[in-house]
Design a protein around this ligand. Structure first.
Ligand code: ATP
Ligand code: MG
Length: 317
Protein backbone atom coordinates (compact mmCIF):
# COMPACT_ATOMS: atom_id res chain seq x y z
CA UNK A 1 0.00 0.00 0.00
CA UNK A 2 1.43 3.29 -1.04
CA UNK A 3 0.48 5.24 2.06
CA UNK A 4 0.43 2.21 4.27
CA UNK A 5 3.15 3.58 6.49
CA UNK A 6 1.77 7.06 6.83
CA UNK A 7 0.92 7.73 10.43
CA UNK A 8 1.10 11.51 10.25
CA UNK A 9 3.02 11.75 13.47
CA UNK A 10 4.70 15.09 12.79
CA UNK A 11 1.92 16.98 11.13
CA UNK A 12 -0.99 18.97 12.55
CA UNK A 13 -4.21 17.22 11.58
CA UNK A 14 -6.72 18.91 9.29
CA UNK A 15 -9.48 17.41 11.36
CA UNK A 16 -9.96 15.05 14.25
CA UNK A 17 -12.82 13.10 15.75
CA UNK A 18 -13.21 10.37 18.35
CA UNK A 19 -12.07 7.68 15.95
CA UNK A 20 -9.79 9.28 13.39
CA UNK A 21 -7.11 11.87 12.80
CA UNK A 22 -7.25 13.27 9.28
CA UNK A 23 -4.19 14.80 7.58
CA UNK A 24 -3.56 16.54 4.26
CA UNK A 25 -1.79 14.01 2.05
CA UNK A 26 1.84 15.22 1.90
CA UNK A 27 2.11 13.97 -1.69
CA UNK A 28 -1.09 15.58 -2.93
CA UNK A 29 -2.84 18.42 -1.15
CA UNK A 30 -6.08 17.60 -2.93
CA UNK A 31 -6.29 14.43 -0.85
CA UNK A 32 -6.51 13.49 2.80
CA UNK A 33 -5.27 10.51 4.76
CA UNK A 34 -7.52 9.44 7.61
CA UNK A 35 -5.65 7.52 10.30
CA UNK A 36 -7.75 5.38 12.63
CA UNK A 37 -6.78 5.89 16.26
CA UNK A 38 -5.57 2.84 18.16
CA UNK A 39 -8.38 3.02 20.71
CA UNK A 40 -11.09 3.19 18.03
CA UNK A 41 -11.02 -0.50 17.19
CA UNK A 42 -9.83 -1.96 13.92
CA UNK A 43 -11.60 -3.31 10.88
CA UNK A 44 -10.87 -6.91 9.96
CA UNK A 45 -8.98 -7.12 6.63
CA UNK A 46 -12.21 -8.01 4.78
CA UNK A 47 -14.13 -5.25 6.55
CA UNK A 48 -11.49 -2.74 5.48
CA UNK A 49 -11.71 -3.85 1.84
CA UNK A 50 -15.49 -3.82 2.13
CA UNK A 51 -15.32 -0.28 3.52
CA UNK A 52 -13.40 0.72 0.41
CA UNK A 53 -15.91 -0.85 -2.00
CA UNK A 54 -18.95 0.48 -0.17
CA UNK A 55 -17.57 4.02 0.01
CA UNK A 56 -16.50 3.85 -3.64
CA UNK A 57 -20.03 2.85 -4.67
CA UNK A 58 -21.51 5.63 -2.52
CA UNK A 59 -19.17 8.12 -4.17
CA UNK A 60 -19.98 6.92 -7.68
CA UNK A 61 -23.69 7.17 -6.96
CA UNK A 62 -23.44 10.51 -5.13
CA UNK A 63 -20.23 12.16 -6.40
CA UNK A 64 -21.27 15.54 -5.04
CA UNK A 65 -22.09 14.27 -1.56
CA UNK A 66 -19.49 11.57 -0.80
CA UNK A 67 -15.74 12.20 -1.26
CA UNK A 68 -13.92 9.82 -3.58
CA UNK A 69 -11.88 7.07 -1.90
CA UNK A 70 -8.61 5.86 -3.42
CA UNK A 71 -7.46 3.15 -1.05
CA UNK A 72 -7.85 1.67 2.40
CA UNK A 73 -4.95 -0.16 3.99
CA UNK A 74 -2.98 -1.09 7.05
CA UNK A 75 0.64 -0.25 7.93
CA UNK A 76 3.11 -2.84 9.20
CA UNK A 77 2.61 -1.51 12.70
CA UNK A 78 -1.13 -2.18 12.36
CA UNK A 79 -2.41 1.37 11.82
CA UNK A 80 -5.35 1.53 9.40
CA UNK A 81 -5.57 4.41 6.95
CA UNK A 82 -7.92 5.64 4.25
CA UNK A 83 -6.77 7.78 1.34
CA UNK A 84 -9.59 10.04 0.12
CA UNK A 85 -10.55 13.17 -1.77
CA UNK A 86 -10.14 16.36 0.24
CA UNK A 87 -13.18 18.59 0.56
CA UNK A 88 -12.91 22.26 1.59
CA UNK A 89 -14.01 23.15 5.11
CA UNK A 90 -16.63 25.84 5.62
CA UNK A 91 -15.86 28.56 8.17
CA UNK A 92 -18.06 26.84 10.71
CA UNK A 93 -16.46 23.48 10.06
CA UNK A 94 -12.96 24.97 10.45
CA UNK A 95 -14.10 26.65 13.68
CA UNK A 96 -15.32 23.29 14.98
CA UNK A 97 -11.98 21.64 14.29
CA UNK A 98 -10.19 24.56 15.95
CA UNK A 99 -12.38 24.24 19.06
CA UNK A 100 -11.75 20.48 19.19
CA UNK A 101 -8.01 20.91 19.01
CA UNK A 102 -8.01 23.52 21.74
CA UNK A 103 -10.38 21.40 23.83
CA UNK A 104 -12.95 24.24 23.89
CA UNK A 105 -16.75 24.14 23.69
CA UNK A 106 -18.14 23.24 20.28
CA UNK A 107 -21.64 24.70 20.59
CA UNK A 108 -21.18 27.96 18.66
CA UNK A 109 -19.37 26.12 15.82
CA UNK A 110 -22.29 23.64 15.69
CA UNK A 111 -24.73 26.57 15.39
CA UNK A 112 -22.67 28.10 12.59
CA UNK A 113 -22.48 24.82 10.65
CA UNK A 114 -26.25 24.35 10.92
CA UNK A 115 -26.75 27.89 9.56
CA UNK A 116 -24.25 27.38 6.72
CA UNK A 117 -25.84 24.12 5.65
CA UNK A 118 -29.37 25.47 5.74
CA UNK A 119 -31.13 22.10 5.70
CA UNK A 120 -28.77 20.49 3.20
CA UNK A 121 -27.47 17.93 5.72
CA UNK A 122 -30.94 16.35 5.88
CA UNK A 123 -31.07 16.24 2.07
CA UNK A 124 -27.72 14.45 1.98
CA UNK A 125 -28.96 11.98 4.62
CA UNK A 126 -32.03 11.30 2.47
CA UNK A 127 -29.85 10.62 -0.55
CA UNK A 128 -27.72 8.22 1.51
CA UNK A 129 -30.90 6.50 2.68
CA UNK A 130 -32.12 6.19 -0.89
CA UNK A 131 -29.00 4.27 -1.91
CA UNK A 132 -29.25 1.84 1.02
CA UNK A 133 -27.03 3.43 3.64
CA UNK A 134 -29.61 4.48 6.21
CA UNK A 135 -28.09 2.29 8.97
CA UNK A 136 -24.77 3.87 8.40
CA UNK A 137 -25.27 7.59 8.97
CA UNK A 138 -23.50 9.32 11.85
CA UNK A 139 -25.39 12.61 11.84
CA UNK A 140 -22.84 14.49 13.97
CA UNK A 141 -22.48 17.95 12.32
CA UNK A 142 -18.68 17.49 12.22
CA UNK A 143 -19.24 14.89 9.50
CA UNK A 144 -20.54 17.46 7.01
CA UNK A 145 -18.93 20.27 5.07
CA UNK A 146 -19.64 22.31 1.92
CA UNK A 147 -17.17 22.83 -0.94
CA UNK A 148 -16.57 26.09 -2.85
CA UNK A 149 -19.22 25.12 -5.42
CA UNK A 150 -21.87 24.77 -2.69
CA UNK A 151 -22.05 20.94 -2.66
CA UNK A 152 -22.61 19.46 0.79
CA UNK A 153 -20.51 16.40 1.58
CA UNK A 154 -20.78 13.67 4.18
CA UNK A 155 -17.18 12.93 5.20
CA UNK A 156 -17.39 9.47 6.82
CA UNK A 157 -16.44 6.26 5.08
CA UNK A 158 -18.98 3.42 5.30
CA UNK A 159 -18.45 0.37 7.45
CA UNK A 160 -19.97 -2.59 5.56
CA UNK A 161 -20.90 -4.84 8.48
CA UNK A 162 -20.14 -5.56 12.11
CA UNK A 163 -20.50 -8.46 14.49
CA UNK A 164 -24.07 -8.52 15.75
CA UNK A 165 -23.87 -7.58 19.43
CA UNK A 166 -27.09 -9.47 20.23
CA UNK A 167 -25.93 -12.56 18.37
CA UNK A 168 -22.12 -12.60 18.15
CA UNK A 169 -22.07 -15.58 15.78
CA UNK A 170 -23.73 -13.50 13.08
CA UNK A 171 -22.86 -10.34 11.19
CA UNK A 172 -25.06 -7.29 11.09
CA UNK A 173 -25.00 -5.90 7.55
CA UNK A 174 -24.84 -2.10 7.44
CA UNK A 175 -26.18 -1.50 3.94
CA UNK A 176 -29.34 -2.50 2.11
CA UNK A 177 -28.35 -4.60 -0.88
CA UNK A 178 -31.67 -4.23 -2.68
CA UNK A 179 -31.83 -0.45 -2.36
CA UNK A 180 -28.25 -0.23 -3.50
CA UNK A 181 -28.89 -2.43 -6.55
CA UNK A 182 -31.86 -0.31 -7.57
CA UNK A 183 -29.79 2.87 -7.22
CA UNK A 184 -26.94 1.38 -9.29
CA UNK A 185 -29.38 0.11 -11.88
CA UNK A 186 -30.63 3.65 -12.37
CA UNK A 187 -27.20 5.02 -13.30
CA UNK A 188 -27.08 6.58 -16.75
CA UNK A 189 -23.36 5.99 -17.40
CA UNK A 190 -23.18 2.31 -18.43
CA UNK A 191 -19.48 1.99 -17.72
CA UNK A 192 -19.82 3.44 -14.22
CA UNK A 193 -22.85 1.20 -13.65
CA UNK A 194 -20.85 -1.92 -14.54
CA UNK A 195 -18.01 -0.83 -12.28
CA UNK A 196 -20.37 -0.25 -9.35
CA UNK A 197 -22.02 -3.66 -9.86
CA UNK A 198 -18.57 -5.19 -9.84
CA UNK A 199 -17.70 -3.47 -6.57
CA UNK A 200 -21.00 -4.63 -5.07
CA UNK A 201 -20.34 -8.25 -6.10
CA UNK A 202 -16.88 -8.13 -4.50
CA UNK A 203 -18.33 -6.60 -1.38
CA UNK A 204 -20.94 -9.36 -1.15
CA UNK A 205 -18.30 -12.04 -1.70
CA UNK A 206 -16.22 -10.60 1.15
CA UNK A 207 -19.29 -10.51 3.37
CA UNK A 208 -20.03 -14.16 2.62
CA UNK A 209 -16.44 -15.21 3.38
CA UNK A 210 -16.47 -13.31 6.65
CA UNK A 211 -19.82 -14.90 7.60
CA UNK A 212 -18.45 -18.32 6.87
CA UNK A 213 -15.32 -17.73 8.92
CA UNK A 214 -17.32 -16.38 11.81
CA UNK A 215 -19.49 -19.51 11.86
CA UNK A 216 -16.54 -21.86 11.63
CA UNK A 217 -14.15 -20.13 14.00
CA UNK A 218 -15.89 -17.32 15.88
CA UNK A 219 -12.80 -16.60 17.98
CA UNK A 220 -11.07 -15.29 14.83
CA UNK A 221 -13.54 -12.46 14.51
CA UNK A 222 -14.47 -11.64 18.08
CA UNK A 223 -15.84 -8.18 18.62
CA UNK A 224 -13.31 -5.36 18.73
CA UNK A 225 -13.09 -4.30 22.37
CA UNK A 226 -11.89 -0.68 21.85
CA UNK A 227 -15.20 1.18 21.62
CA UNK A 228 -16.69 -0.87 24.46
CA UNK A 229 -13.69 -0.19 26.70
CA UNK A 230 -14.08 3.52 25.97
CA UNK A 231 -17.78 3.38 26.77
CA UNK A 232 -17.19 1.59 30.07
CA UNK A 233 -14.49 4.02 31.13
CA UNK A 234 -16.69 6.99 30.26
CA UNK A 235 -19.53 5.50 32.32
CA UNK A 236 -17.33 4.90 35.36
CA UNK A 237 -15.29 8.08 35.18
CA UNK A 238 -17.63 10.53 36.97
CA UNK A 239 -18.06 8.05 39.82
CA UNK A 240 -14.33 7.48 40.29
CA UNK A 241 -13.62 11.14 41.09
CA UNK A 242 -12.08 11.44 44.54
CA UNK A 243 -14.82 13.61 46.02
CA UNK A 244 -17.53 11.22 44.79
CA UNK A 245 -15.70 8.18 46.19
CA UNK A 246 -15.18 10.05 49.47
CA UNK A 247 -18.93 10.73 49.80
CA UNK A 248 -19.71 7.05 49.21
CA UNK A 249 -17.12 5.97 51.78
CA UNK A 250 -18.72 8.18 54.47
CA UNK A 251 -21.92 6.09 54.34
CA UNK A 252 -21.64 3.75 57.29
CA UNK A 253 -25.17 2.53 58.03
CA UNK A 254 -27.88 0.88 55.96
CA UNK A 255 -30.26 3.66 57.03
CA UNK A 256 -27.98 6.29 55.51
CA UNK A 257 -27.44 4.08 52.49
CA UNK A 258 -31.17 4.00 51.74
CA UNK A 259 -31.36 7.79 51.90
CA UNK A 260 -28.35 8.47 49.68
CA UNK A 261 -29.10 9.49 46.10
CA UNK A 262 -25.36 9.37 45.29
CA UNK A 263 -25.24 5.74 46.35
CA UNK A 264 -28.35 4.84 44.35
CA UNK A 265 -26.86 6.43 41.22
CA UNK A 266 -23.52 4.71 41.78
CA UNK A 267 -25.24 1.33 42.20
CA UNK A 268 -27.00 1.73 38.86
CA UNK A 269 -23.71 2.49 37.17
CA UNK A 270 -22.04 -0.44 38.92
CA UNK A 271 -24.64 -2.81 37.47
CA UNK A 272 -24.12 -1.42 33.96
CA UNK A 273 -20.36 -1.82 34.43
CA UNK A 274 -20.77 -5.39 35.68
CA UNK A 275 -22.67 -6.41 32.54
CA UNK A 276 -20.25 -4.59 30.29
CA UNK A 277 -17.28 -6.35 31.89
CA UNK A 278 -18.94 -9.71 31.38
CA UNK A 279 -19.58 -8.88 27.74
CA UNK A 280 -15.97 -7.69 27.27
CA UNK A 281 -14.61 -10.91 28.70
CA UNK A 282 -16.94 -13.29 26.86
CA UNK A 283 -17.40 -11.71 23.47
CA UNK A 284 -14.49 -9.42 22.65
CA UNK A 285 -10.78 -9.57 21.88
CA UNK A 286 -9.84 -7.80 25.15
CA UNK A 287 -6.43 -8.76 26.58
CA UNK A 288 -6.03 -10.11 30.11
CA UNK A 289 -4.13 -6.99 31.24
CA UNK A 290 -6.70 -4.60 29.85
CA UNK A 291 -9.48 -6.57 31.49
CA UNK A 292 -7.66 -6.55 34.84
CA UNK A 293 -7.18 -2.78 34.59
CA UNK A 294 -10.92 -2.24 34.09
CA UNK A 295 -11.81 -4.72 36.78
CA UNK A 296 -9.66 -2.77 39.25
CA UNK A 297 -11.65 0.37 38.44
CA UNK A 298 -14.87 -1.55 38.94
CA UNK A 299 -13.63 -2.82 42.29
CA UNK A 300 -12.78 0.72 43.46
CA UNK A 301 -16.37 1.80 42.93
CA UNK A 302 -17.73 -1.48 44.32
CA UNK A 303 -15.82 -0.94 47.60
CA UNK A 304 -16.89 2.68 47.85
CA UNK A 305 -20.52 1.59 47.56
CA UNK A 306 -19.93 -1.29 49.99
CA UNK A 307 -22.31 -4.06 51.06
CA UNK A 308 -24.97 -3.88 53.73
CA UNK A 309 -24.52 -6.33 56.58
CA UNK A 310 -26.62 -6.27 59.80
CA UNK A 311 -27.28 -2.55 59.63
CA UNK A 312 -23.82 -1.41 58.67
CA UNK A 313 -22.14 -0.85 55.35
CA UNK A 314 -18.96 -2.84 54.85
CA UNK A 315 -16.47 -1.07 52.58
CA UNK A 316 -13.68 -3.62 52.91
CA UNK A 317 -14.79 -6.54 50.76
N1 ATP B 1 -12.42 14.01 2.92
C1 ATP B 1 -12.16 14.96 3.81
N2 ATP B 1 -11.85 16.22 3.42
C2 ATP B 1 -11.61 17.19 4.31
N3 ATP B 1 -11.65 17.02 5.63
C3 ATP B 1 -11.94 15.80 6.10
C4 ATP B 1 -12.23 14.70 5.23
N4 ATP B 1 -12.50 13.62 5.97
C5 ATP B 1 -12.40 14.01 7.26
N5 ATP B 1 -12.06 15.31 7.36
C6 ATP B 1 -11.86 16.11 8.60
O1 ATP B 1 -11.53 15.25 9.67
C7 ATP B 1 -12.53 15.29 10.69
C8 ATP B 1 -12.69 13.94 11.33
O2 ATP B 1 -13.02 13.00 10.34
P1 ATP B 1 -14.04 11.82 10.60
O3 ATP B 1 -15.40 12.36 10.80
O4 ATP B 1 -13.85 10.86 9.50
O5 ATP B 1 -13.46 11.25 11.97
P2 ATP B 1 -14.26 10.73 13.23
O6 ATP B 1 -13.27 10.25 14.20
O7 ATP B 1 -15.33 9.84 12.74
O8 ATP B 1 -14.93 12.03 13.78
P3 ATP B 1 -16.33 12.15 14.57
O9 ATP B 1 -16.20 11.30 15.76
O10 ATP B 1 -16.44 13.63 14.85
O11 ATP B 1 -17.38 11.70 13.58
C9 ATP B 1 -13.76 15.81 9.98
O12 ATP B 1 -14.64 16.44 10.89
C10 ATP B 1 -13.14 16.78 9.00
O13 ATP B 1 -12.81 17.99 9.63
MG1 MG C 1 -16.80 11.45 11.91
Amino acid sequence: MRFGNFEGMNQKPLGEGDEKKVFINPEDEGRVIAVTKKEAGKDTPRQLKGRYYLTKIAHMLLPQHVPDIYQAGESQSGVQTVDAERIAHTQGHALLQEARQLGEGEESAHQQIIKEMDGAMTKVDMELERIGLSFNIDANVGNYTKDEAGNVYYLETFKPWQVDVANPKELEVLFDEEEMRIAIDGMADQEAKAECMNHLERLLALLEEERQELREQPEAISIECGPHVQELEATLEPFLKEDVLAVLHTIQTEDDAIKSKERADAKKVLLVAFNKLKFLQNETNITTEEYARLQAKYKTLDRAIGVGNRGVIDHTR
